[in-house]
Design a protein around this ligand. Sequence first.
Ligand SMILES: Nc1ncnc2c1ncn2[C@@H]1O[C@H](COP(=O)(O)OP(=O)(O)OP(=O)(O)O)[C@@H](O)[C@H]1O
Ligand SMILES: [Mg+2]
Length: 472
Amino acid sequence: MKLKIKFTLAATLLVVFILLGVSICLFLAERRHLINQIKENQINLVDGLVQVSKEYSITKDQILLINYINFLMRNKNIVYVLFTNSQGKILAHTNIQRLEEKDKTPIGLRATKIKKLLIQSYQNKKGERISDYALPVFMENKKLGVARIGFSQRELNKMMEETVTQTGKRIFVIAFVVLIIGIFSALILAQTLIEPIKKLVYGAKMIGRGKLNTIIEVNNKDELGSLAEEFNLMACQLKELDHMKQDFVSSVSHELRSPLTSIMMYIDLFFKGATGELTKKQIDFLTIMKDSSKRLNNFINDLLDVAKMERGKMEIIKQLVDIKAILRETIQLYVVQSDKKSIQIISKITENLPMIMVDSDKIRQVFNNLLSNAIKFTPENGIITVEIKNTRGYLQFSVSDTGMGIPPDDLEKIFNKFEQVKGVKSKIGGSKGTGLGLTIVKSIIKLHEGNIWVESALGKGSIFYFTLPNKK
Ligand SMILES: Nc1ncnc2c1ncn2[C@@H]1O[C@H](COP(=O)(O)OP(=O)(O)OP(=O)(O)O)[C@@H](O)[C@H]1O
Ligand SMILES: [Mg+2]
């Protein structure tokens, strides 16, 4: 799972947990507040009844009391309203039949004795749960009676449920909006954190591929910023070390070149008979010395080429050349070598190819390496086909062989310095090479604004393609 998804999921989970906690707390607080409000309302209604009952006691105006009771009965939660005198005799009741009657129910008896608010809960004959609110009516310290209202618990519960559901819905909508905002914020935060990490990964990849001048730009002022700074410092130091190494290799190569040239010159003098006639054994030993010196010379030249190339100092001098002639001459150089392995070289070069602007020496180097590779990595009785196609704007060259092929994982790597397919050295006879050839070939083709790539099937063969601009 990607880091961005992991981070977003973790942040979203955190938001969900926080929201859940806050929502539950809010819901409970809202519920408690609602219960208190209902209770307060009920007390206010009984208090109102107390005031009206007081007035009734002074004025004996029954209409006032009846009107107020009727007004109260409009409230669906109220089951009954009554006012008793201090002996418990009912002076006003929603049920007229009970007027003048003495309330002898345990609830009524208890209510008659009260000095302050008394809330009693009971089940009536119909099985309904009732909350009875009783408040004494006092005038100048004299108890006139008791005002009582019975509230239906079922209706109250219904009302509370409705209000609580409404509140729940409101909280849900708010929580949902907050969750969406939370997810978006988590995504943005993840993006800002992941972006520098991505740059660091890319930088490490580039350094791993040998691009030591990679510098990553991270403007964060946090730990990631410091990491990027350290990374850039490390890249600079690596580049410096690489320069030092290149300098060392170049100077050693130069120093080796002159003694090697004189060794090769003296070997040639031996062959020319400067020291008299050579015996068969001497000729064999000198041939080995000549071949080894040639290989060493080629290696030194390759090292110097790579050093130049890496410093961007490899130059090409373009001239108008007949490319097919160059290719034919190069093929000619490999006839002896291919014959030794009974390898057939087929050349599919059409006559009507245009002259193109290239550095002929460098292009010869390209053909040399591709042909020598093809011969080196193709077993006896194989076939090598060389072809040039004139496509739009480009000449496309291909060198195919029926050799051992290249594993898919190595197809890109073989163009890197010193990269050789593992385990191949033991299978081929003769010179093993150093793995610099294709690196040099690639940079020569790039300097000519062309492209190079390879297609291969293990055990069946490989085709190396490269293009050169078809312009004069
Ligand atoms: N035609 C081919 N068939 C199979 N493998 C190849 C072929 N050409 C190149 N390779 C693989 O790519 C590697 C790199 O080739 P490259 O030409 O760079 O080096 P080299 O031939 O080993 O040595 P050098 O060219 O420096 O003498 C080879 O060692 C080989 O493993
Ligand atoms: Mg090679």
